[in-house]
Design a protein around this ligand. Structure first.
Ligand code: G6P
Length: 381
């Protein structure tokens, strides 16, 4: 399949702009559009057998790179919405330090390419170790991938197709958003079957999910120019810290990963509450701090963590909700996104961070789509 840049300077920025469409495609494909709170079917139609859900007590997720970050968001969603104990492991760690075999466990492998050697090996190992075990220990496997025709399919028969379309930029953007969508649908489907949410609560979340494409468009339209300008100021910066809490902690990790992958700037993502246990020693006027501070359970705490960084003279960049005056006063630079349910906010908060790393790398004149030493999929160990 020939994929063109269609007037964009790089594939990465084209793929960033495709994200509203990707979310629309996922909503179209996986929501049961006839559903209402009085109906007796699931609102979600993932096309996977519900036997995967029966007697479920535990979920373990294995992945690498950006897919691991999506899995970490998934862990928060599965625990919060579906009340299932969930672990996430790097596939490369899981392979050599597998946890004890637990009963009634679903293993989810998440890989954009479906070809990452470590992820495939971890899944194959789960299968092998659980063979010949009593029924409740046998492997239940689910794959989340953007390439349903990949090698993943030969190990895991049941797949969720993330439908992001071919992604060319080595740094994952639209495929990440699509992976997040897969976890919203999976968590809601499980919540429906396990009755951990009422139908009315599920309907509310679905209504909010439907607003995401337009909200991403608002960010792209209102922020692009500003972020491009802001990026000029960081062409000489050598270190960045990203912080977030709760469901936005994975987005801090993802923001830092995107920046280091394509701009070669050293960047670390941290849970905000850990700032005081180490990274704060690095802070001074030369180290900007990007904090995700969306309204929700951890909002006040995150703002006070950001104040601590400010007291060390760091330039503070805040991913905040539009119209949040309190947060606007805390930060030096603002990356506002539409106000949204905290649980859904990762789909929005990651967008300005993708744009920020893109523009910093492009400004530095780097090969954004083919960064040095990296490959789109790592098919060797
Ligand atoms: C490589 C890519 C990353 C990707 C990771 C996992 O490192 O450069 O963008 O997140 O592999 O890839 P997967 O295809 O398994 O999601």
């Amino acid at each position: 399949i020939l994929v063109e840049k269609q007037g964009f300077r790089h594939f990465m920025v084209k793929e960033i702009y495709e994200q509203p469409g990707v979310v629309r495609t996922c909503l179209e494909a996986y929501l049961n559009h006839q559903w209402n709170p009085d109906s007796d079917q699931s609102p979600i139609n993932l096309g996977i057998p519900t036997e995967l859900y029966s007697d479920l007590e535990h979920i373990q997720i294995v992945a690498c790179g950006t897919s691991w970050h999506a899995g970490l968001v998934g862990k928060y969603l599965l625990q919060e919405l579906a009340q299932i104990h969930t672990n996430i492991e790097y596939a490369s760690e899981f392979r050599y330090s597998p946890p004890p075999i637990t009963a009634n466990t679903l293993t989810i492998g998440i890989t954009q390419s479906g070809e990452t050697a470590d992820t495939l090996a971890a899944l194959a190992m789960v299968k092998e170790r659980r063979e010949n075990q009593p029924a409740k220990y046998q492997a239940k496997l689910l794959g989340i991938t953007n390439r349903v025709d990949s090698s993943l399919a030969s190990i895991v028969p049941d797949l969720i197709d993330t439908r992001a379309g071919i992604e060319i930029g080595v740094a994952a953007t639209k495929s990440f958003i699509a992976q997040l969508m897969a976890f919203y649908f999976l968590a809601l489907d499980l919540a429906y079957h396990r009755k951990t949410l009422s139908n009315v609560q599920i309907e509310e979340i679905i209504t909010e999910l439907r607003q995401l494409p337009a909200q991403i468009e608002i960010i792209l339209e209102s922020q692009e120019r500003y972020i491009e300008e802001l990026a000029h100021e960081f062409t000489e910066t050598t270190d960045f810290i990203f912080v977030g809490r709760g469901i936005n902690y994975p987005i801090a990790l993802e923001g830092a990963l995107k920046l280091k992958e394509i701009s070669y700037i050293h960047a670390e993502g941290y849970p905000s509450g850990e700032l005081k246990h180490g990274p704060i020693a690095l802070l001074d006027a030369k180290v900007p701090v990007v904090a995700i501070a969306m309204p929700g359970k951890v909002y006040e705490k995150t703002l006070s963590n950001a104040q601590e960084a400010k007291a060390r003279d760091s330039r503070l960049i805040g991913v905040i909700a539009m119209d949040d005056k309190e947060a606007a006063e805390t930060f030096d630079e603002l990356l506002p996104v539409p106000q949204v349910n905290e649980l859904l906010s990762p789909v929005l908060t990651v967008i300005p961070l993708q744009l920020l790393s893109y523009h910093i790398a492009a400004r530095r004149g780097l090969d954004v789509d083919q960064p040095r030493n990296l490959a789109k999929s790592v098919t060797v160990e």
